[in-house]
Write a protein that binds this ligand. Structure first.
Ligand code: IMP
Length: 423
């Protein structure tokens, strides 16, 4: 039996979908434990490319059970659309389960997300995906959320939804914003509820039974550690616990079972949305990385901000997550660079910081202290084992791992399932 948690160790978009797809070879169950359809996990199999938002990346293996855990916020319309999209492409979703305790994103959450972002001044905006994630988690904490189990009783669901939608409409009207057509929204929700009913389960039981039976379980994190609501660059974060601890609360499995924590880390750094980004490259250098790495959001299509690898932030992330194995992705993107840089410390107002400060305001002032290494200037996208990597690429990876204090477990040199090797 093995229970492994896989998390993003930066600001998301590290290539988790692909690594999960590789790891699911020997896995009986894949569990998403936080976030919602703000995530976009890209999996390429042969010449087919799939982008998953809510459905776990184990869905392509018919014998793997895929669980959308209680820790997520789920937009029922988006989930139905994603399931139908897969079915159309010949991927069965019979092996999918939705936790009856997962909270639902309702149409008013999406409107509220957009309204709140619109009201924030420049410099204070979060740059959310506008999927309603924050407002849905707010209602969960405020104890007025609607859970998936309510979809099983349409009469009660309608009463609860109408009551909440009317409350939100009063807020929208007072702010001079458009209000919801509650009856029209209800018709769509009712159809989605009927579609999703067979998939709603007490997944906490399923997960614990699987663990007790010695099954191999993989937790699929979404976003990244630096977007964690407690440990990230607050307030420029998402609204869930993206770090490994969230796997337990978001699934109902005890921490006693967890053995390994994989941290997926890009060979450089990217961020979408607003907030501090200590090693961001502005101008042509950043643009070149964006182009080489095709750095555009899988969910929103927004261009990602790009920069050098930040070992200070990543070391912090490895510590908080307890990462013992690294999966380093997109090494090939650096193939053509004459030199590569690793940020080893921060200079803030003339003072050297070896650890990441908690105050995001300080992070805006960071002058990165770089260690520069020679680039390998040759293609790595065909490499299938560690020994075949160019010596200079190995040196870069070894130094990166040493700086973040974790071991390399997997290296990825391209988007396809085949462009990955384990060490
Ligand atoms: P929200 O999760 O939509 O509320 O957005 C909050 C912040 O998290 C914004 O900066 C988003 O760009 C960022 N974010 C949310 N999901 C992802 C993701 O899957 N990858 C990268 N950034 C994300």
């Amino acid at each position: 039996m093995s229970v492994t948690v896989l998390v993003g160790a930066q600001w998301g978009d590290e290539g988790k979908g692909k690594i999960i797809d590789v790891l699911t070879r020997d896995v009986d169950m894949v569990i998403r434990f936080q976030g919602g359809n703000n995530a976009g996990h890209t999996v390429e199999i042969g010449d087919q490319k799939y982008v998953l938002h809510l459905i776990p990346s184990g869905i392509f293996r018919p014998d793997t059970i895929n669980i959308i855990g209680n820790g997520l916020v789920v937009d029922p319309l988006a989930l139905q659309e994603e399931m139908e999209g897969l079915i159309k492409r010949g991927i069965a979703v019979k092996n999918l389960q939705l936790s009856d305790k997962a909270h639902l994103i309702m149409p008013y959450h999406k409107l509220m997300d957009a309204m709140k972002e619109g009201q924030l001044a420049e410099g204070k905006k979060i740059g959310t995906t506008k999927r309603g994630i924050g407002p849905a988690y707010t209602d969960k904490a405020d104890r007025c959320g609607i859970r998936a189990l309510e979809l099983l009783d349409l009469a009660e669901f309608r009463v609860h939804f109408t009551e909440q939608a009317e409350k939100y409409n009063r807020i929208f009207a007072a702010a001079g914003q458009e209000t919801l057509d509650i009856d029209a929204e209800w018709l769509q929700l009712k159809a989605a509820a009927e579609y999703l009913k067979p998939y709603i389960k007490d997944t906490v039981l399923e997960v614990n039974q699987a663990a007790r039976a010695g099954k191999n379980i993989l937790f699929e994190g979404a976003q990244g550690a630096l977007l964690d609501v407690d440990h990230g660059t607050y307030p420029f974060v998402t609204s869930s616990n993206t770090t490994s601890g969230g796997a337990c609360t978001g699934s109902g499995l005890s921490p006693r079972y967890i053995q390994d924590v994989y941290g997926v880390i890009k060979a450089y750094t990217t961020r979408v949305g607003e907030g501090p980004f200590q090693t961001e490259l502005h101008g042509p250098e950043g643009e070149a990385l964006r182009k080489a790495g095709n750095e555009y959001g899988a969910t929103t299509g927004r261009p990602r901000r790009c920069g050098w690898f930040d070992a200070v932030a990543s070391r912090y992330s490895c510590m908080v997550n307890g990462i013992n194995k690294l999966a380093i992705t997109k090494l090939d993107v650096l193939d053509r660079l004459p030199e590569v840089k690793l940020c080893v410390a921060y200079d803030i107002d003339g003072k050297r910081y070896e650890e990441m400060p908690s105050d995001s305001r300080l992070l805006y002032k960071v002058k990165p202290v770089y260690e520069t290494l020679p680039g390998w200037m040759c293609s790595t996208d065909h490499v299938s084992c560690w020994d075949d990597l160019p010596e200079k690429a190995k040196k870069y990876l070894r130094r990166l791992a040493e700086l973040v204090d974790a071991e390399i477990g997997i290296v990825s040199v391209g988007p396809n399932r085949s462009q990955t090797f384990e060490l």
